[in-house]
Design a protein around this ligand. Sequence first.
Ligand code: NAD
Length: 291
Amino acid sequence: MGLLDGKVAIITGAGGGLGEAYAKLFAREGAAVVVNDLGGARDGSGAGTSAAAQKVVDAITADGGRAVANGDDVSIVEGGQAIFQTAIDAFGQVDILVNNAGILRDKTFANTGEQDWDLVVKVHLKGTYNCTAPVWKYLKDNGRKGVIIMTSSTSGLYGNFGQSNYGAAKAGIYGFMRVLALEGARYGIRVMGLAPGAFTRMTSDLPGMRDREPSVLALPENIAPAVLYMASDLAEGQTGKVLGVSQRGVSEMKMLQVPGFRPSEPYTAQDVAAHADEVFFPADWERVVTL
Ligand code: NAD
């Protein structure tokens, strides 16, 4: 018995990295998988081939699993629709969507051009919308329970130097996830988020990653079990939550509000300053949340 027996899962950006690991694990757990990937480089250039997706499909089928490749672009509405249709045509249903596709164009904000901004937001935030919309409509119209997983990041939840475009998109995905979790509750659609810390082509040359052997827990195949948990009935009742999954293990991550300064009368800026201890998170909070 697999955890995803009888389910159909769409995983975007699954031609490599984390998505590939999810696709292989989900297939081993009994899901039929749509492996989407546009190909291309980390910055989104040179895309337009489904060869990467096909390679993952070949590995899954060689292992006795069920999968189909799709090379559509998540960043356009037609791409999201075509990815959904691939699942319907190949397997007749959709139960799980993992929005995972992504690119990076890291620069300080001063050096970030409009194209760098637009493309990153388009692939991550609009891409999550494009793929979610047809699946959402299908689940709702058919009274079908389902799970949608969205990929956020500590760059959006907490901030990261040089990632204004990416952080804005990933924080937007967090907000999107929170709203859909509320709206989905009435239809039995769970919506979860993920903030991974993994050794992939996206991160392998970053400071802290490039100088040493990656922790075994940061390998994509060891991030995937937490995503399988979220996608499976093991997580029944869980919605609207982001799991941070990294070499440190698995933990829920939130955008939080501290109890704060709660005056009962109008107050001055000086009063706020005088209550700074209550207004701000304690200084060692950063230690708790920073990777
Ligand atoms: P990756 O580059 O290996 O995987 C991303 C995949 O998305 C690639 O295979 C790429 O071809 C595909 N893709 C890019 N644009 C696409 C498009 N328009 N349509 C379809 N596919 C497209 O990187 P990864 O580390 O596996 O990243 C997976 C997700 O996890 C991304 O959303 C990323 O932002 C997020 N993430 C990763 C980390 C990490 O530590 N690796 C941290 C935080 C968030």
